[in-house]
Design a protein around this ligand. Structure first.
Ligand code: GLA
Length: 740
């Protein structure tokens, strides 16, 4: 039996681990207010005079003795907007004249659809509260879970909905949480994209009406990512107030940012209500995903640094080697064969690449698509997870042994949720795919989606992956997912029950990942979905890294990496160096430019290294060694986006600073120099002003215009001066600063 996925269990574990600093969680029984403090933030809500749970404050940390009076509902606005509609609630039921986005909408068995939730009780936990709301008449209860990270002040919020009625209740819309901000001028930041074009940062004024960011695709999607940041006024990188949030869900999701008729801003997020329906039978419960939310007084940069540290410390999984450690380990530098060979993998070919990879100082060799079933191209094989005997006559063992003998560990590509119609699995179990009976089945990349919500499919997928990992010494799985849902039918169930596929599929995915990690605690996993189609804080509880995009063009990656880091830590941002000219844009770039672009995240090599000259191999070997030396600073340190590459910027630069301020790494890139314009002086951030730092090039020349040693104050106030001949097209430089 698989363990049922429980967000609550994961969260409690996380908050216990974080209990190093005292959190401040208090309930004022006279004023009926709840307060959570952590890091630089406070969050306050209370029971108003009608009994609703009303939002009161979210922002910079308040004084320990500050108190709030009891929440007062907002007045009605003429005869059109009732007080219930105007009052921002923590979790509003749809009823009593609510026009704003509801957190919860249900239909009772008798057709009644009115739901008004009032406070019933609460319990205080180590770092939070459980607050129980009940409908004013009927037995529907919602427990709102709150947990605050004492260090970052990031809140985790989610809800459990319980049907205490004697008849079924259908949940039609269920948010994890709603957040609210008072009237002001705000800018909304969010990430959108498409295949090979993920991580576009959008910034727009919040105006009356709703901006919906969502996926209806059954998974997270390339097209929008479940993250938002709302800046007070215009967003600035290192100053100003920013409220941000991220939804931990890899199924269809929706975040609605709305400014209501009285200019209050509400952000409501959870399961996407599109095509949604979850029947709760008497006594049953539905747990929502977690919606994380945080506050920074230090601009967009401050917001992303809080998120990065939170993800490393409290979201990402641990392996046997890192169990109990404060942080997961930096990612091994990988070699991946995909762009070199595509489907044409063979034992001899992979062995040859492995030898070349080992000579470069690679830590992990990953064989991509093509090794299984009758997989010659993307028309066949998915679902048949046995080793292809023509390509690997003796199984995977000889290759894996060779990779180990070369001093690397071994990783393998899988796409477990998919099936090609041309496969033994589909011929045997055509009923296993998502489909509506007697309707056409839409293929994408010649494949269909196994209905992971079905217990038999879940058992099959867990079974073959467990067998693969038991029979082979595999350290890493690249878990791919190369299409989105169509015809999402689940015809085993009664019609009214079928829409719960949106919840059960994703829960079973999480359950399989959790069980595999439990049975194989040394295995690490990458979440890939044709690039960055499944990146969110839900999947990141079970996967150690993600593939941000199939687009590996080093110049495109600069803006993608910039966008990615608003929401996610560079630790999980895998970045391969591939061949030039690049297959997507036909752009030609130097090897050092490509290396430095990839070194901003977790470095990998995905080029056809058998074609590299001795000189190219030597360059890469030297830079991999240099990367290894500073990798923890790059992926765990504080990231400062010094110059944004967005909007066709001529220059871009990032800097990371190790937590103890002992080391810093700077990357600088030129798109195309025009009119001999020199690179702007880089005023560094986050250093110890009183300490002395030595600067040395990781790549590029020593800086003629800068001293070899200077104080943190000098680097931050005067700044780092690039050489005058740092000019041209697609140029890159990188430096490290070490405290003396
Ligand atoms: C997806 C991935 C690629 C590669 C191919 C293999 O597109 O994103 O990296 O693994 O599948 O088919």
């Amino acid at each position: 039996m698989l363990k049922t996925f429980s967000a609550a269990a994961v969260l409690l574990g996380a908050s216990l681990a974080a209990a190093a600093q005292p959190a401040f969680v208090s309930y004022d029984s006279a004023a009926k207010t709840f307060r959570l403090d952590g890091g630089g933030a406070s969050y306050v809500f209370g029971v108003n005079s009608r009994g609703e749970l009303q939002q009161l404050y979210w922002g910079g940390r308040l004084g320990a003795t500050d108190t709030f009076p009891q929440a007062a509902p907002l007045p009605e606005w003429a005869s059109f907007d009732s007080s219930y509609n105007n009052t921002p609630q923590e979790y509003a039921g749809w009823g009593a004249g609510l026009f704003a986005e509801p957190a919860l909408k249900v239909t009772f068995a008798d057709g009644n659809r009115d739901l008004v939730l009032h406070y019933a009780s609460h319990t205080v936990k180590a770092n939070g509260f459980d607050v129980v709301l009940k409908d004013v008449k009927r037995k529907v209860a919602v427990t709102l879970h709150y947990s605050v990270d004492p260090e970052s002040g990031i809140l985790a919020r989610w809800a459990t909905i319980e049907n205490g009625e004697a008849l079924p209740v259908t949940v039609e819309q269920a948010a994890a949480a709603a957040w609210a901000l008072p009237p002001a001028h705000y800018t909304l930041n969010y990430l959108t994209g498409r295949w090979a074009g993920e991580w576009t940062l959008n910034q727009e004024a919040v105006r009356q009406g709703a901006r919906v960011i969502e996926s209806r695709r059954g998974s997270t999607g390339h097209q929008a990512n479940p993250w938002f940041a709302i800046a007070a006024g215009e967003p600035e990188e290192e100053q100003g107030e920013v409220w941000f949030g991220a939804l931990a869900w890899s199924g269809s999701w929706r975040i609605t940012v709305e400014q209501d008729q009285l200019d209050h801003v509400r952000v409501t997020g959870g399961f996407n209500p599109f095509d949604f329906g979850y029947v709760l039978h008497p006594g049953q419960t539905l747990e929502t995903p977690v919606f994380y939310g945080g506050y920074s007084a230090n601009g967009m940069g401050g917001a992303s640094r809080l998120l990065h540290h939170f993800e490393l410390a409290h979201v990402l999984p641990r392996t046997a080697a890192t169990e109990g450690q404060p942080l997961p380990r930096p990612r091994p530098v990988i070699y991946n064969s995909w762009e070199a060979t595509e489907f044409a993998v063979t034992e001899a070919g992979q062995m040859e690449l492995a030898e070349k990879a080992a000579a470069l100082g690679i830590d992990r060799f990953v064989m991509d698509d093509g090794w299984f079933g009758q997989r010659k191209d993307d028309h066949a094989g998915l679902g048949d997870w046995y080793v292809n005997k023509e390509k690997f006559p003796n199984g995977l063992k000889p290759l894996i042994d060779k990779v180990h003998a070369l001093g690397m560990d071994f990783g393998l590509w899988v796409e477990p949720e998919m099936v090609n119609p041309n496969s033994d699995l589909y011929r045997k179990h055509p009923e296993w795919v998502l489909n509506f009976p007697l309707r056409p089945r839409t293929e994408q990349r010649n494949q269909m989606i196994l209905n992971l919500a079905r217990p038999d499919v879940r058992a099959y997928v867990l079974g073959f992956l467990d067998k693969l990992l038991t029979e082979n010494d595999i350290a890493f799985l690249k878990w791919d997912y190369n299409r989105n849902w169509s015809e999402p039918g689940w015809d085993q169930l009664a019609p009214a029950e079928q829409k719960k596929v949106y919840v059960e599929f994703t829960r079973n995915l999480y359950a399989i990942l959790a069980e595999l990690r439990h049975r194989h605690p040394k295995v690490e996993i990458e979440s890939c979905s044709g690039g960055g189609g499944r990146v969110d804080l839900g999947i990141l509880r079970y996967t150690d890294e993600v593939w941000p995009s199939d687009n590996t063009d080093p110049f495109d990656r600069l803006t993608m990496q910039d966008g990615f880091t608003y929401a996610y830590t560079p630790q999980v941002m895998m970045a391969w160096v591939t061949d030039s000219p690049h297959w997507l844009n036909k752009r030609t770039t130097t090897l050092t430019y490509r290396m430095l672009s990839s070194m901003q995240g977790s470095l990998g090599i995905g080029a056809n290294i058998s074609k590299w000259s001795a000189e190219e191999a030597a360059t890469v070997k030297r830079l991999i060694a240099a990367y290894h030396e500073v990798q923890p600073t790059i992926v765990e340190g504080d990231l400062y986006r010094l110059i944004s590459p967005q909007d066709g910027s001529e220059f871009s630069a990032t800097q990371t600073v190790r937590a103890d301020k002992g080391q810093s790494v700077v990357f600088a890139f030129i798109h195309s120099t025009q009119e001999k314009r020199g690179f702007p002086r880089l005023k560094l951030k986050g250093l110890d002003p009183a300490a002395q730092y030595t600067i040395s090039p990781i790549e590029g020349k020593a800086l003629a215009g800068s001293p070899a040693v200077a104080s943190g104050a000098w680097w931050m106030n005067h700044g780092l001066e690039m050489d005058a001949d740092f000019r041209g097209d697609f140029q890159a430089a990188a430096f490290r600063l070490d405290r003396k």
